[in-house]
Design a protein around this ligand. Structure first.
Ligand SMILES: *[C@@H]1O[C@H](CO)[C@@H](O)[C@H](O)[C@H]1NC(C)=O
Ligand SMILES: *[C@@H]1O[C@H](CO)[C@@H](O)[C@H](O)[C@H]1NC(C)=O
Length: 374
């Protein structure tokens, strides 16, 4: 024994072993401690901003990043994760990484959506997918994106460690300095979800989404809180009653969506057993590829059945819009993508936007749905 300990190599080994034992005790006490010690609120929310990039939108994404940094994130300093589909990761060159890093002071990183969360599931009927691409349109890439946001993004390894998930798209624009931290606002109001604009989606791209949601509701009545904000998505008491009875369809749907190109969510809303079951139901029905079920209506249906109106905040003074709606893009089906200057241009002294006559009076009626006092 003494001769063993007298060798320097043995002492080093013993010391190393002791250190490992000590470290594992420390780890153990750290993890078991959190179950009974009060959770200490860190000064900064555990949050990340993330953006999904299509290869033809990389320049647009860099412009958006610059805008985000200028308007708030140089101050708030949230990490930014830029996603691509796995098959498109090679579009992200070293040059693009360097530019993103320069713009964000090193806070940007890149990640990929897993194949499981992106590709058309193997069990699907390819013929049926193909024929719907012809009748309804929208690419498989677009549909994969809608499915990814509906059921997968919060599970991505690059996001799993974050509690708050702040989604932005590449074509967004903050017209004004953001005067506060929206995530702090959600925390202080005990809310779990925040957005800016109400937008209306159309039914012809998702002919059987409403009826599938209604079928789910009637099969799972016992899981739906009585005070959920269901009137946002179903027309009046009659619409909600039909939805809960499993007989509602698109005619009973308001079409209203919380436009989620700006979306801050607490991961618990997606991880709840209700939303998990809801997404599974929709996934099995197959409408993400047999039709073009949008992630914005899917989120809106899911949140309307899960949350009270006071658990959702509409940020109506951020000065935010899609840059593609700058000049009023009128969709072919007759709706303005513009949501009105009340949201896009709220306080001229901190904004770079000018009110426009055509849209000044546009009112998306968001107060009726998301102001708890009304
Ligand atoms: C579906 O369309 C793709 C692309 O056009 C084609 O390669 C594939 O063979 C089609 N599948 C079926 C079952 O028709
Ligand atoms: C649900 O959606 C699928 C896929 O579009 C469709 O085949 C099915 O008929 C729908 N079910 C209901 C109850 O609407």
């Amino acid at each position: 024994m003494p001769s063993f300990l007298s060798s320097p190599r043995a002492r080093l080994l013993l010391g190393g072993a002791l250190l490992v034992v000590l470290l594992s005790f420390w780890k153990l006490s750290e993890s078991s401690g959190s179950s009974y010690l009060p959770i200490l609120k860190s000064s900064k929310p555990n949050a990340a901003i993330f953006i999904l990039l299509a290869p033809n939108r990389i320049t647009q994404a860099l412009v958006a990043l610059q805008n985000v940094e200028d308007r708030f994130n140089r101050r708030l300093k949230y990490p930014i994760i830029l996603f691509t589909a796995e098959d498109e990761a090679h579009f992200i060159t070293e040059d693009i990484k360097a530019k993103a890093s320069h713009i964000t002071n090193g806070r940007a990183s890149f990640a990929t959506a897993t194949k499981e969360s992106w590709d058309i599931p193997a069990w699907m009927d390819e013929k049926r997918v193909n024929s719907s691409l012809e009748t309804i349109g929208f690419s498989t890439g677009y549909r994969a994106m809608c499915r990814y946001y509906s059921g997968f993004f919060w599970k991505n390894p690059a996001l799993v460690s974050y509690e708050w998930l702040w989604r932005l798209d590449t074509d967004i624009q903050f017209h004004c300095d953001v005067p506060y931290d929206p995530i702090e606002v959600l925390i202080s109001k005990k809310a779990l979800y925040g957005f800016v604009q109400v937008n209306y989606d159309v039914s012809w791209v998702q002919p059987s989404l409403a009826s599938n949601v209604s079928q789910f509701l009637s099969n799972n009545r016992h899981l739906i809180p009585a005070d959920a904000n269901q009137h946002f998505v179903w027309k009046g008491d009659a619409g909600v009653a039909k939805a809960m009875a499993g007989t509602a369809g698109n005619d009973d749907w308001t079409g209203a969506c919380m436009y989620n190109n700006f979306e801050i969510s607490h991961r618990s809303v997606w991880e709840s057993s209700l939303y998990t079951k809801f997404f599974d139901h929709l996934e099995k029905a197959g409408g993400f590829f047999y039709e073009r079920w949008g992630d914005s209506p899917v989120h809106s249906y899911g949140l309307a059945m899960s949350l009270r109106k006071d658990q959702i905040v509409q940020f109506d003074d951020l000065g935010y819009g899609l840059s593609s709606s700058e000049h009023i893009v009128k969709f072919t089906f007759g709706r303005y993508q513009h949501q009105g200057w009340a949201y896009e241009c709220p306080k001229l002294d901190r904004c770079a936007c000018i009110e426009d006559d055509d849209t000044r009076d546009f009112n998306n009626n968001g107060d009726a749905w998301f102001k708890p006092t009304m």
